[in-house]
Design a protein around this ligand. Structure first.
Ligand SMILES: CC(C)(COP(=O)(O)OP(=O)(O)OC[C@H]1O[C@@H](n2cnc3c(N)ncnc32)[C@H](O)[C@@H]1OP(=O)(O)O)[C@@H](O)C(=O)NCCC(=O)NCCS
Length: 168
């Protein structure tokens, strides 16, 4: 029987500490939000994780390896923003991100009745760009020189998807 690459489940309190440890790794956090570059207040991270709009823990072989989910941006317009963090670096490049994004987006359209899902990422983050393109996200534009990393200003790419654009 073929082993599943990943499973999704609801978050539990013990995920918070592991997630914070992932975020403290510069290889993991470099292309994430400015707020997690130098975390001072861990309670913000806990709130984001445990009380966000839609969150799923990502597991590989029954071990917690990251988090993905959606934040409601505009309730009336049914628009949410996607995010994903896989903290176990040795599992990058194996297709987990590509599978998770499709699962979360599919749930967003089918179960959460979203009309549109937005996402954004810093442009040097090739892997995240690829998983969005493979899922069917379309390019909307750039926020130029949006974030400062490794002594240079970096553009942020904005992408989005509608239900009929999601690849199987
Ligand atoms: C971004 C992330 C979710 C991708 O997950 P993943 O499981 O590694 O993704 P996948 O293995 O499904 O796909 C990654 C693709 O990018 C490619 N890739 C990875 N690193 C790359 C690089 N530096 N340059 C070019 N391509 C790269 C892989 O070959 C793969 O392509 P393929 O599907 O054509 O084989 C994961 O790396 C991660 O969580 N990183 C840290 C947090 C982060 O950056 N989150 C996103 C913030 S917006």
């Amino acid at each position: 029987m073929r082993k599943e690459l990943f499973q999704l489940r609801n978050l539990i309190q013990s995920d918070v500490k592991e997630y914070i440890n992932f975020l403290l790794d510069p290889d993991v956090n470099v292309w994430l939000e400015d707020e997690v570059q130098n975390i001072k207040d861990f309670s913000n991270i806990e709130n984001y994780l445990m009380y966000g709009w839609y969150r799923q823990a990502i597991e590989h072989e029954k071990k917690f390896i990251g988090v993905s989910g959606l934040d409601l941006v505009n309730k009336k317009n049914k628009v949410a923003r996607f995010f994903i963090v896989i903290g176990k670096k040795d599992l990058w490049g194996k297709g987990i991100g590509s599978g998770v994004i499709k699962s979360i987006v599919n749930y967003g359209f089918k179960e959460l009745q979203l009309r549109k899902i937005n996402s954004d990422f810093l442009t040097p983050n090739e892997a995240v760009k690829i998983i969005h393109e493979k899922a069917g996200f379309q390019h909307e534009g750039f926020l130029r020189k949006d974030s400062y990393r490794n002594n240079i200003w970096i553009d942020r790419e904005i992408v989005s998807i509608f239900a009929d654009e999601l690849n199987p």
